[in-house]
Design a protein around this ligand. Sequence first.
Ligand SMILES: [Zn+2]
Length: 377
Amino acid sequence: MKKSITPNQIKQNNRSLIYHYIYKNKKVSQQDISYDLRLSRPTVTTNLTALEENGLIHKDGQIDTEYVGRKASAYSIVPDYRISIGVEILEKEIKMIAIDLYGEQISHMVSAINFAYNEAYFKTLCSTILEFKDSLKIKDPQILGIGFAVQGLVSPDKQTIVYGKILSCTGLSITEFSQYLPFPCCFIHDADSAAISELWVSPELTDAFYLSLSRHLGAAIISQGQILSGKHGHNSTIEHIQMQPDGAACYCGRKGCMETLLSMTSLLTDNEDAEDFFKNVRQKEPASLERWNTFLNHLASSINMLHLVYDTDFILGEYLAQYLRMQDLDFLHEQIQQMTPFSEAHDFLLISKMPKHNIAIGAALPYIQAFLNDSVI
Ligand SMILES: [Zn+2]
């Protein structure tokens, strides 16, 4: 059968093109749109009127335009036309963040709630999220969904925790939350959400190994701009690669996993503050410096091994990223140089561009991305 495009599809396509043009360029005139998209003025006018009437865009002052040589009305998208909420579930607290269509933070809140796999916790968590939602002063239809970042592996349909030993939440279903929340909900592995937010702030990033260096170790493989989940959902679970057969006990039940060498829990002593530890390291306090160098040595041998498997950039991210300095990267490069059979370029270790709120933001972003990719805007 001969394929043909209907006038309605062309109209829809033009509207979507115009919306995305305004989204990308932030503040534009009708003339800019018409010229750059090669669309007639009446077509642009009709679509701008429709987009404005539907609340997707608004007039945003005036700007100079090179095409008519005088000021013209400027148009911008309405960033909170739709929003998304990300919730990071941790053992002793939850972190919530609301973001707009640019991924910008609208509001952020931390609430001390101890995780428990029971009805009381599910209810408390959801009522806290609803209180947070009410504080945003937005209407329910504006909310695209709520992403829950968890320290665990998630089923491909994002509805179930398939491995959650840190919080003892294996088998947890999203319905435990969604029954109390009138919005789409899904789970996301916390290392994946951190990598998603890294991708968001680095549009040029296509391939990388993202290391989530936080209280626990995690990782995500970014390939062609996507997070690889793997055949059974446990891709890049490097934290359980055994490095020392007689090493310290890991929460997975085995010994000497990478987790036991490269998590912040393994780096810091009980109740030690990361801020204090790194202050001591930078002041070259011998005991702290020795502990840090040992950690970096383990990190170097782990990266070297992974780099031999996947020759790509390595992004050192999450909580530890804020404390890393160029001298640490130089040290890692030197160590790796001694371990690898190849002459390594000094260019594949990078510090995360987004160490703050990245997990909660990354949990919220997929709803924003889905909205923006929806051609029916
Ligand atoms: Zn393990």
